[in-house]
Design a protein around this ligand. Structure first.
Ligand SMILES: [Zn+2]
Ligand SMILES: [Zn+2]
Length: 217
């Protein structure tokens, strides 16, 4: 079966995201997604909690800040510590039974891996819908995936509900389960799709963040 999934979404468990579990389900349904990966910064607990408490298919994961750039870990059974090298982080993800994705490897302003992406990764995030500059990052990630012969995925890196689903991966899996999705990605039965999140939506997010800050005092 074909599964349409946004593989990179942050919830309020990441301090910089506005997406509540309720928003997550609402927008994932609205965008016609079949599954969504929760990948909060350097934590895993929230993702498992959301996966358990919502009736929408959630792939639990986390985004690890390695010393050489960000790495998305899907379906890991334990927290991967931050600050390790990229190679060590990938090893730890595999030991925890997970899938290691080189996310936004060529963007400005975020921790990106650049030439630290290597063939031990399970996949490369070709489309990160909030990557800047967008076209260049897609091109460079595609070149790297070709060179290393790695599977290609996409996600939004959403931090605001309406951004969800701008980047998504079509996965050919045996069934709609976390295990089947993880296996299909590792085996390369996946394709990246999507487009850049419109600037207006990013501005809207900043506005909501300011409002939230004022509310909190
Ligand atoms: Zn990141
Ligand atoms: Zn992210």
């Amino acid at each position: 079966m074909q599964i349409k999934a946004d593989l990179h979404v942050h919830t309020t468990y990441s301090k910089d995201s506005l997406i509540t579990p309720k928003d997550l389900v609402y927008y994932a349904n609205k965008k016609g997604l079949d599954a969504v990966a929760v990948t909060d910064h350097n934590q895993l607990e929230g993702a498992y909690k959301i996966a358990k408490e919502t009736d929408f298919p959630v792939i639990p994961g986390m985004e690890v800040s390695s010393s050489e750039g960000h790495i998305v870990a899907l379906n890991v059974n334990e927290l991967i510590p931050r600050g390790l090298t990229a190679a060590e982080t990938v090893m730890r993800i595999h030991r925890a039974g997970g899938v290691a994705i080189a996310c936004h490897p060529f963007v400005l302003f975020k921790g990106c891996l650049k030439d630290k992406v290597c063939s031990t990764f399970d996949a490369i995030e070709i489309i990160n819908a909030r990557a800047f500059p967008f076209k260049r990052s897609v091109k460079k990630a595609t070149e790297t995936a070709e060179r290393l012969k790695l599977p290609r995925v996409a996600g939004t890196d959403a931090h605001y509900g309406p951004q969800i689903g701008y980047g998504y991966t079509k996965i050919e899996a045996s069934e709609l389960s976390v295990e089947a999705i993880a296996k299909a990605i590792v085996e390369g039965h996946c394709q990246p799709f999507g487009k850049a999140v419109p600037v207006t939506l990013n501005l809207e997010m900043e506005l909501q963040r300011v409002k939230r800050m004022i509310k909190k005092g």
